[in-house]
Ligand binder design. Sequence first.
Ligand code: SAH
Length: 351
Amino acid sequence: MKNTVLDIKSMYPEELKNVLEELGEKPFRASQLFSWLHDKQAEEYARMTNLSKGLREKLAQKYPLTVLRAVNMQESRLDGTRKYLFALDDGNVIESVWMRYHHGNSVCISSQVGCAMGCRFCASTIGGKVRSLRTSEMLEQVYQIRKLTGERVSNVVVMGTGEPLDNYDNLVRFIRLVSSPGGLNISQRNLTVSTCGLVPEMYRLAEEGLAVTLALSLHAPNDEKRKALMPVANRYTIRQVLDACENYYRKTGRRLTFEYALAEGQNDGEQDAEELAGLISGMNCHVNLIPVNPVRERKFARSGKKVIANFQNKLEKYGINVTIRREMGSDIDGACGQLRKRYLDNQEKNV
Ligand code: SAH
């Protein structure tokens, strides 16, 4: 199934109504079907016992259900974080992470197979982008993890492999469906979308009437340094990206998050902190410092503890809210894309 085809698990209730009407059914069946798909999360039509057998058979024939299968799981001995590797129906694999926090469980999902953005420190982008995920494939990561852990999911962050705004339509559908009262009903305030800064899509997202948090991967205090880390900086200047952030805040009222991965000698100096403060002080924002996760194929090293603390202090002196990302699961191929990469490398070796 191509990702341009809308599969049944990616459909809004109104679209399910059309499908059922075309099959000669009453529209009210749509809410029953929606509930099977997104509340009870049935994996086979056969389970949908309040629909007639004839209808179930017709649906099964015309609309195969997208279901992900876990092919690997690693659990951190340090904090219980789990990394799942899921197989898609075309044989591709993606990774998703389950984290336990005191405020509830969080799932980090992938939005694409691979990534086209080319950030120099990131493992997800090494093989380029294979394809975007369908909405159903994004939802399934959450549904499967919920089943596998047997626990409630209260937060979803779209911060796994891929650039979510490069898969815009499917992302917006995902947000609406995962927050739908008839489905998992996760509050949009508990959803975060992380972007490397695709400016036109950031403006578009601000107009959707959604209440999700936008996290911008900033990673550098000026265009020159940002270009050295992120090719997307050749398309949009920091000024353009920050203007799009301010617009997002004005339109949604959601406080912004800036992600800043600290790489030794690249962007972690006092001068960098000063420059960063100059860019963002006064904005309604919060900075999340991420000690860069060393990726075997990349040359970046994580900044030292002292350097990180100094960087944080400097920003705080300017009244900027800063947190250092708690390292979750650093014993289990922590950085984005590393589990998938390892899996693919091993497969290659086995052929
Ligand atoms: N494409 C989106 C979302 C996926 S990446 C984005 O760029 O925001 C999620 C976050 O992890 C981004 O901030 C990304 O820059 C960061 N990241 C990727 N590789 C990393 C690494 N090796 N160490 C630390 N952070 C990394």
